[in-house]
Design a protein around this ligand. Structure first.
Ligand code: PHE
Length: 443
């Protein structure tokens, strides 16, 4: 089985590809505005707490399920245990569907902004005008949907070719470039006059601001940012070679993802304060702040274009992993041809994304529980479905298949793993209880 599905050719190739799934819009678009909306440093601390306990454990669980299951999430659960556990896989496919629908809308924004940067958006001059331009763009009924379509087509084109070659090679080159550019931009942002208030906001916690809604947001985002809870890492795990040390790979991917998010925080938040924007401005925050930063540096249009191209690529590598979950399910379980599966899933996901995009403009009056369609899709997927998936994945590993998961001879983790005892306790008790508690207290 392993041969016919293709594999990542090197260990670092796999780590970079999994990091490619994890690092995306979640880090650079979503994380800074969540920190802004949820009171700054306290959110960061709670987020980091979730990442390095529950997040790391669930990531390892997904890698291991994938490598011994050697299949898409539905097939992996069916193969390892079957029965009702298969439903966890189905839930993952559904979640991937929902996330990609709005993710692709934002992915489209990055493509549009790459073009806008190149064609003189910065000549608008002052930060307020840049903010208005963004609002007008996402509220337009046609333009963002065109770019949403373009983003889905690009994602589909890569996934149709299958995993391994193109994906791996692209990640190996582009991820490091994005990283270097982020560091350069951080330096520009931190040295803007008035940036200190933003740094303080990001790093000095005010514990009186803790509330259940922000704890849910932090947990949901830990899952979202690490691509956990819906089987993306199970799918990628099914392509890992037996030689790869899974705990080490999980630690790498988690650390890289966190590093990029923290860098994005140091990029966006100081600039938000320096330009007098509102840190609680929501999903537009990064797209409004970044052009303002570029307008304050030499060759801003050039760096701005480059940045949005790279952000688009980072978004694409995440989107691929979302679409791959749906497609590998249709291919492995339903016997569809890969190309047909991509076409069917891609079209349906595109259509579901249209109301998300419209809800930021002409359909903004149409709300469910006070939220527009975009926010509902995001909230449902990130804050409810992903953590719920995380509960079941933890229980599955901790209680149902632990011996199999540890069996190195069968593709499991192997006995070199010194933290197996702690990990089992987290999977059995800590993660399910903590996630359930957060979910319940938030409702
Ligand atoms: N982790 C990706 C990001 O941060 C989004 C994603 C979520 C990808 C869930 C796959 C699965 O942008």
């Amino acid at each position: 089985m392993a041969e016919s599905r293709g594999q990542f050719s090197t260990r670092t190739g796999f780590i970079l590809a999994a990091a490619g799934s994890a690092v995306g819009l979640g880090n650079i678009w979503k994380f800074p505005y969540l920190v802004g909306e949820n009171g700054g440093a306290v959110f960061l601390i709670i987020y980091l707490g979730f990442i390095f306990t529950i997040g790391l454990s669930v990531m390892l669980a997904e890698f291991a399920i994938g490598r011994i299951g050697e299949r898409n999430p539905v097939g992996a659960f069916a193969h390892l245990k079957g029965g009702p556990w298969t439903a966890v896989g189905y839930m993952g496919v559904f979640t991937g569907f929902v996330i990609l629908s709005f993710y692709s809308v934002v992915g489209g924004w990055t493509i549009a902004y790459a073009f806008k940067m190149a064609s003189g958006l910065l000549s608008l001059g002052d930060p307020k005008a840049l903010g208005d331009a963004f609002g007008a763009f996402i509220g337009d009924p046609v333009e963002p949907i065109f770019y949403h379509a373009l983003f889905m087509i690009l994602t589909g084109a890569v996934v149709a070719r299958g995993i391994g070659t193109g994906i791996e090679r692209a990640c190996n080159i582009l991820m490091p470039v994005l990283f270097v550019l982020l560091v350069v931009l951080c330096v520009r942002s931190i040295t803007l006059p008035g940036a200190a208030a933003g740094i303080a906001f990001f790093l000095q916690p005010d514990f009186s601001k803790i509330n259940p809604a922000m704890v849910i947001a932090a947990l949901g985002h830990a899952f979202f940012s690490l691509s956990l809870g819906m089987g993306a890492m199970i799918t990628y795990g099914s392509y890992i070679s037996r030689q790869t040390n899974l705990p080490r790979a999980a630690l790498w991917v988690t650390s890289l993802d966190t590093l990029i998010a923290v860098l994005a925080g140091f990029l966006i938040l100081p600039a938000v304060f320096a330009f007098g924007f509102d840190p609680g401005a929501g999903p537009g925050l990064t797209f409004i702040t970044l052009p303002a930063v570029f307008s304050k540096m030499p060759l801003g249009a050039f760096f701005g274009t480059l940045f949005f191209v790279l952000l688009g690529v980072a978004a694409l590598t995440s989107a691929m992993s979302l679409l791959e979950v749906v497609v590998s399910f249709l291919v492995d379980e339903k016997g569809l041809q890969r190309r047909k599966a991509v076409l069917a899933a891609g079209t349906a996901i595109f259509l579901l994304g249209v109301p998300s995009s419209l809800s930021l403009g002409v359909w903004s009056g149409f709300t469910i529980a006070g939220k527009g369609f975009f926010d509902v899709a995001d909230y449902l997927a990130s804050n409810i479905l992903l953590p719920t998936g995380g509960i079941f994945i933890s229980i599955f590993v901790g209680w149902v298949v632990f011996p199999k998961i540890m069996d190195g001879d069968n593709g499991g983790i192997g006995d070199e793993f010194r933290w197996a005892g702690v990990w089992r306790i987290i999977c059995r008790y800590v993660a399910p209880a903590a996630i359930a508690w957060v979910l319940v207290s938030g409702l």
